[in-house]
Design a protein around this ligand. Structure first.
Ligand code: ZN
Length: 276
């Protein structure tokens, strides 16, 4: 099942590599599963790549990273771009650097709810490196920025001969499972206002920003509620001078005030993602 709504997807190489096999510009006039599954990532990455702010890649042996770098490309992800649709065969694994991406589940009636958020502490699609699998969720860029991408098969081959790499990725996947479990608890027992505040704090922790390009509609999709509910809560939070917002923008004004209203799950989400 696909999420529609973003008419164009633009993928650009952050280092100007225009002939590497990975499409520099992918136009998705009507995004469908075939479009995203057709991304081909050839082993012609950035051989000069030496460092990355991505903590998961930093956790692997540097010698291994240097071996892999020829297969790794730095790409610029634009806001609202889809990396995978639900059930896509995963061909590329993304390690965000400055970008932040969200994973959504889609209900039969078209409603969505965010089940995971990933920034430079982790990766999306990592489970597919152990075995060919389809995307469990739809993955969409929440905050634009750079990411490193590597072909699934390349990483699978590296894993076969590197137990240390297996441990690093297994630990990360275990952290993701913990985050998902916490999300279930959060979505079941905590109020929309609590979840709204927690989500903003989680977004801040991952992006290191306090101003975002966000609409009430986007927040409603994240929290799995109708937009008027978010507008009502946002007005209340603005009246308390905890946030400010305008057309497609939202800013945090009072972090400690938000933390008092939040359910505390944002810290749990962050902890789960950073366990190695
Ligand atoms: Zn919660």
């Amino acid at each position: 099942m696909n999420i529609q709504g973003s008419s164009k997807v633009r993928v650009t190489s952050g280092n100007g590599l225009a002939k590497g096999g990975f499409p520099l510009v992918a136009r998705h006039e009507a995004l469908n599963r075939t479009d995203t599954a057709n991304f081909v990532i050839e082993p012609r990455g950035d051989a000069g790549l030496r460092t990355t702010p991505n903590a998961l890649l930093q956790a692997i042996r540097h010698e291994r990273f240097l071996q892999l770098r020829q297969f790794i490309k730095r790409v610029t992800l634009v806001k609202d771009q889809y990396l995978y649709q639900q059930d896509d065969v995963i061909q590329g694994i993304y390690f965000p650097e400055t970008a932040v991406v969200s994973e959504f589940q889609i209900l039969e009636d078209g409603r969505t709810i965010e089940v995971g958020i990933t920034a430079n502490e982790g990766a999306v699609g990592i489970a597919s490196a152990f075995n060919v699998c389809r995307a469990a969720n739809c993955v969409q860029v929440c905050i634009a920025g750079t990411a490193l991408v590597i072909g699934r098969e390349i990483l699978e081959r590296a894993l076969m001969s590197d137990p240390q790499l297996q441990v690093v990725f297994h630990n990360y996947i275990n952290g993701q499972i913990k985050q998902l479990s916490q999300k279930v608890v959060c979505n079941t027992f905590h109020s929309v206002e609590q979840r709204f505040c927690s989500w903003l704090l989680a977004l801040h922790k991952r992006s290191r920003r306090d101003k975002f390009r966000l609409t009430h509609e986007h927040v409603a999709r994240v929290l799995g509620v109708h937009r008027p509910s978010i507008t009502c809560i946002a007005q209340n939070l603005r009246d308390k001078k905890l946030i400010d917002y305008g057309r497609a923008r939202l800013a945090i004004s009072d972090f400690s005030g938000l933390e008092e209203l939040a359910c505390g799950c944002s810290s749990e989400f962050h902890t789960a993602q950073t366990v190695h």
